[in-house]
Design a protein around this ligand. Structure first.
Ligand code: MLY
Length: 264
């Protein structure tokens, strides 16, 4: 359970090792979060990456911000790190000769955008330039290896960061597997993704960390994920199951004898 999850014990239990911090596109010393609730900033629209919009800070956790695009509804909030390249101070867009855009799904008539923009910015508290931290450089190569442990954003529930394991490495990509969740939340991403963190990140940055799920992960040798199992694999699983059943039967027989003796 949540209160008692400890990486130290978990790594021992699973006899696994954390991915080295140098593998991640994250600062060695996590940045401070100097934003405050309701501050406004410019953010790239996650659903339309060519437009830059006005966003409001709706929440803060660790080094992450929960953002909502002004003029959008409350069902499309998203999370960004304080050192994300997707966010910048108000005024940056104009300085670059670009125009602020309404978010995808702007809840008003497009013609009311200029007026909406004026209203939403007037009297608003703007996030100071010093709150925006420089995005760390990407590591020169993909240093991840299968089996390494990490902390990763659950993309289906992006407010959550969870213990995970590298399942596979292919070129610039890695397969992130969520411990104890039977593959339902696993995903492929680039090794330089900003959604993955070294073990201990949440604890250092005071972000909550989910405990692993309850389902048992089979050792790699017994996994039949995706591919149809080979007949040898099936034979091996069958033999293992039979051996386990035989051992259980033997144990219970012995137990019965012992109990009988004790009763007598
Ligand atoms: N209640 C949700 C949350 C699942 C979260 C899984 N993450 C932590 C990998 C569900 O069961 O779908």
């Amino acid at each position: 359970n949540k209160e008692t999850f400890s990486w130290e014990e978990y790594l021992k239990e699973t006899s696994s090792t954390p991915a080295p911090p140098s593998c991640f596109r994250q600062s060695r010393v996590p940045p401070t979060n100097d934003f405050k609730m309701n501050m406004k900033l410019e953010a790239r629209d996650p659903r339309n990456s060519t437009s830059v919009c006005i966003a409001t800070v709706m929440g803060l956790m660790g080094t992450r911000l929960r953002l909502r695009l002004d003029g959008s509804d409350n069902t499309n909030d998203f999370w960004r790190l304080v050192d994300s390249a997707d966010i910048q101070p108000i005024g940056t867009c104009e300085k670059n000769g670009d125009m602020l855009q309404p978010p995808l799904g702007f809840r008003m008539n497009a013609s009311s955008w200029p007026m909406f923009l004026l209203r939403t910015l007037s009297g608003a508290e703007m996030a100071p330039g010093t709150a925006f931290k420089k995005e760390p450089a990407r590591p020169p190569q993909n240093g991840f290896k299968p089996g390494m442990k990490l902390e990763a954003v659950d993309k289906k529930n992006p407010y959550l960061i969870c213990p995970a394991t590298i399942g596979e490495v292919r070129g610039d990509e890695i397969f992130v597997m969520f411990d104890g969740w039977r593959g339902a939340f696993d995903y492929w991403c680039k090794y330089e993704s900003r959604d993955i963190f070294p073990v201990g990140w949440c604890s250092v940055t005071k972000h909550s960390l989910q405990p692993p799920g309850n389902s048992v992960t089979l050792p790699k040798s017994l996994q039949v994920r995706g591919r149809r199992p080979k007949s040898e694999t099936i034979a091996m699983l069958k033999a293992a199951a039979e051996a386990a059943a035989a051992a259980a039967a033997a144990a219970s027989a012995q137990n019965g004898t012992a109990q009988g003796a004790a009763a007598a």
